[in-house]
Design a protein around this ligand. Structure first.
Ligand code: SDX
Length: 384
């Protein structure tokens, strides 16, 4: 009698691993909600600090609560000198996500309270990493240009400080607003690959720095947060609006070919974040006169719509697609887009870690063994 083959859920497709109150995604409706608030409301009306507070608490902050939240963050923007020295020791041409991942791991090594996984301990870690991520990313972007890091200005918002620490110039209000919207849109998205990685690592009750180090590693991948960089690299390689269609056809013609910035495990309609970022990209292209990237993105979207219709596939632009042209027009090099994603997503990751540590069960899925049984052990000297 053969034993029944357990059902497999490769890629954990459709698997719900726990309950959560942080966000809801209705993929067939293109709806994203953070703790009850629609993403369109938050993107247009809330700052990133308000959203980070919302993700870690039950509701948006009052002015007094927001002031206290910012006051707690302000002294934490600085990163330890040994981390700066480590960043300076890295090769300048490495992917900046290696630098961020290594710095996060080092923050854990330097934090004497890293092993404290009580809710209070995790809250402390959350403030620290939310404040330090932009400083780390900005510092390495300067170091690899042969420039000294710019110390954070704790009077600035996270978005403004990040832009300031990259250039040493106080950013315009317009650029700060665009960055703030981008951070809000990238802050949280349920049990995506990097958030699942963080929750899975934390489920052994290891420290949060280790769990976030793992999450940074996962986000780097081109199928996940690395897609925004891959989109811009594709657009730069294509070079013109006229060449977009052939690029898409060639890519789709390859076995397993994927056009970066399109498709999603949950959304079967346009990602609501892409709807907002498309508008931001359009506005920036009109203001900057650098309309090429937006025009190429629209052409890629047009061709993909036609080709996916033919295939009967619901493959639409995701958050990474239009963020690429937005970041390009803000002056960011393509390989810094994913670290920017991490500067936002640390807020969502820590919200999930607060949930995981508060009501934990170690994650331990199974694999169906397809190997042999009953082999006889042969001493090495007798093995052919
Ligand atoms: C993010 O999960 C999240 O929430 C992630 C995220 C977040 O905020 O955390 O939203 C951020 O990671 C967005 C996704 C960024 N990744 C990319 O843009 C990479 C390109 N996209 C694909 O690799 C893919 O769509 C994934 C990885 C996003 C989803 O993978 P799935 O769910 O395993 O889907 P699949 O690869 O099995 O594709 C299903 C079908 C296939 O058709 P068939 O081969 O069965 O005929 O849809 C097609 C695919 O061919 N398809 C694509 C496509 N994505 C899916 N075809 C062409 N180009 C694509 N991009």
């Amino acid at each position: 009698m053969t034993t029944a083959q357990p059902e497999l859920y490769r890629g954990l497709m459709g698997v719900h691993i726990d309950t959560s109150s942080i966000s809801s995604i209705k993929g067939d409706q293109g709806e994203l909600v953070y703790r009850g608030y629609d993403i369109n409301e938050l993107a247009n009306k809330a700052t990133f600090e308000e959203v980070a507070y919302l993700l870690w608490n039950d509701d948006l902050p009052t002015q007094a609560q927001l002031d206290a939240f910012k006051a707690k963050l302000a002294p934490l923007f600085e990163i330890p000198a040994p981390v700066i020295e480590m960043l300076k020791s890295l090769p300048h041409d490495i992917h900046p996500m290696h630098a961020l991942r290594t710095a996060v791991s080092m923050l854990g090594a330097l934090d004497p309270k890293a092993e404290d996984v009580s809710i209070e301990g995790i809250q402390e870690d959350a403030y620290s990493m939310l404040a330090k991520f932009p400083t780390i990313v900005a510092a390495f972007s300067r170091i690899r240009q042969g420039l000294e890091p710019v110390a954070p200005d704790s009077s600035l918002s996270i978005a403004a400080n990040f832009l300031y620490m990259r250039t040493g110039e106080k950013p315009t209000e317009a650029a700060t607003n665009v960055m703030d919207v981008a951070l809000v849109l990238h802050a949280e998205h349920g049990c995506n690959a990097s958030t699942f990685t963080a929750r899975s690592a934390a489920s052994s009750l290891t420290d949060s720095y280790g769990a976030i180090t793992a999450a940074v590693a996962s986000l780097k991948g081109p199928l996940h947060g690395g897609a925004n960089t891959a989109v811009m690299q594709a657009l730069e390689g294509i070079g013109s609006v006229e060449a977009v269609e052939q690029y898409v056809l060639d890519t789709l013609g390859q076995k397993g070919g994927r056009v970066m910035g399109f498709g999603h495990r949950v959304y079967t309609v346009l990602d609501p974040r892409a709807v907002i970022l498309r508008k931001v990209s359009k506005a920036l292209s009109e203001e900057s006169g650098e309309g090429k990237w937006f025009e190429m993105s629209l052409e890629m979207e047009r061709v993909m719509d036609i080709e996916m219709e033919k295939k009967g596939r619901a493959v639409k632009p995701n958050v990474d697609f239009f963020s690429a042209s937005v970041y390009r027009m803000l002056g960011f090099p393509a390989d810094t887009y994913t670290p920017i994603f991490a500067v936002a997503r640390i807020s969502g990751w820590m919200a999930h870690l607060l949930e995981q540590y508060a009501d934990n069960r170690i994650m331990r899925p199974r694999l169906v063994y397809e190997g042999e049984f009953g082999k006889t052990f042969t001493p090495i000297e007798e093995r052919a």
